[in-house]
Design a protein around this ligand. Structure first.
Ligand SMILES: Nc1nc2c(ncn2[C@@H]2O[C@H](COP(=O)(O)OP(=O)(O)O)[C@@H](O)[C@H]2O)c(=O)[nH]1
Ligand SMILES: [Mg+2]
Ligand SMILES: [Zn+2]
Length: 358
């Protein structure tokens, strides 16, 4: 294995290489769009309707764990689904009502989608303004990155933090592959690279799945809650989830039944935890364009800027080029983390010139 190197260069994301947007997914999304779904609100439920949770996608259909015994049903979405939201009608984690088709095995039709408690979403790739919901109703977002191969991307972490804040998810940061840096000095460097986040009250875990390091501490934070694991591909999300749950069994059971061959993480999948709560494994993402984020509201998502904003000479200060900017002064004096400020500039730029990213 090559010796990993760490550099402070943060690559800019490339939406075209996004794992989630493989040609296959694109094709599937296209054919899914062809069938029109009419959203009707507060339709009366059929008497045989049953409630359940969407655990993963299987082609154009959804696998729903139906209460009370969590029996998997493969479900299509009704052409006249009763749904309180537009855009992504069904997502993993959604609580839905289905009408089972008992004579044909465990199949059904989703007739109602309940209101979402939380969402993690982004602006969908492409020119059309559309929200893409990754997952609904999770409590926590565990942002997973690795020390190297690939090295963590703080620009992406800061985008995740905004998406979590908007969608009401509690963020956690998890840096995997600590085994690649056995020297104390390197480990100290890596940890100190995250002090700005610890100051913001975000728990940072430094773990190694390979050496079973830090896994118990992370597991303790997951009990009784639902947690989405998200990050670029190759950082060890699936390995980590295997170490924390019997996900192999769940993924295996779903794959045997609904997929021919192995189910790699091509869609998000919800895995229950033995002691309460659940974990959601998801495909790697490289790009996170935040849905509905205005230039004026952006500074509010950088909480640590707030005490200095009142010192700006101009009330409309964008904290970029203006003279007498309190935020820039605080960055120069080391009171605001320079890298967080770089993320601010980066996101501001992408809001102003969305076409460059879309
Ligand atoms: N050195 C090292 N490699 C790891 C560790 N965890 C996972 N990997 C490797 O990283 C690669 C990607 O892992 P995977 O779990 O598929 O990542 P995912 O794409 O984020 O789900 C695999 O080759 C794993 O064996 C770790 O703690 N240390
Ligand atoms: Mg994976
Ligand atoms: Zn300013």
């Amino acid at each position: 294995m090559p010796v990993p190197t760490r550099s402070h260069e943060q690559p800019d994301a490339d939406p075209e290489l996004d794992e989630q947007f493989s040609e296959k997914t694109r094709h599937r999304a296209k054919s899914r769009n062809r069938t029109r779904t009419i959203i009707k609100q507060e339709r009366v439920l059929p008497p045989n309707a049953q409630r359940g949770t969407v655990i993963t996608a299987a082609g154009p259909n959804w696998i729903v764990a139906v209460e009370p015994d969590k029996v998997f049903h493969i479900c299509s979405v009704s052409g006249t689904v009763d749904c309180p939201h537009i855009g992504t009608i069904v997502a993993v984690g959604d609580v839905v009502w289905i009408t089972p088709e008992t004579d044909q095995g465990e199949q059904g039709t989703i007739v109602r989608v309940e209101e979402r408690r939380t969402v993690l979403s982004r602006k969908a790739a492409g020119r059309v303004q559309r929200e893409q919901v990754f997952v609904a109703n999770v409590d926590q977002l565990c942002i997973v990155m690795s020390t190297a191969l690939p090295m963590y991307n703080k620009r992406l972490i800061d985008r995740y933090l905004i998406a979590a804040d908007k969608g009401d998810l509690q963020p956690i940061i998890c840096i995997n592959k600590m085994d690649l840096f056995p020297e104390d000095e390197d480990r100290r460097d890596i940890r100190s690279d995250f002090t700005a986040y610890q100051h913001l009250g975000i728990t940072c875990h430094f773990v190694s799945v390979k050496h079973s390091e830090g896994i118990d501490e992370l597991a303790a934070q997951l009990v009784g809650r639902s947690t989405l694991f998200s990050g670029p591909s190759g950082v060890g999300k699936s390995s980590l989830i295997n170490a924390l749950t019997d996900s192999r069994q769940v993924v295996g059971a779903v794959s045997d039944k609904y997929f021919t061959g192995k189910h790699t993480t091509s869609a998000a999948i919800l895995i229950p935890l033995a002691n309460g709560g659940s974990i959601i494994d998801s495909p790697g993402i490289r790009e996170l364009a935040i849905w509905e984020l205005g230039v004026e509201e952006l500074p509010f998502y950088f909480e640590e800027f707030m005490p200095f904003v009142s010192e700006c000479r101009y009330a409309t200060c964008s904290h970029t080029h203006e003279p007498g900017c309190g935020v820039k002064k605080a960055v120069e004096e080391g009171k605001i983390d320079e890298e967080r400020y770089v993320s601010y500039l980066n996101i501001l730029e992408s809001i102003k010139t969305p076409d460059l990213r879309a």
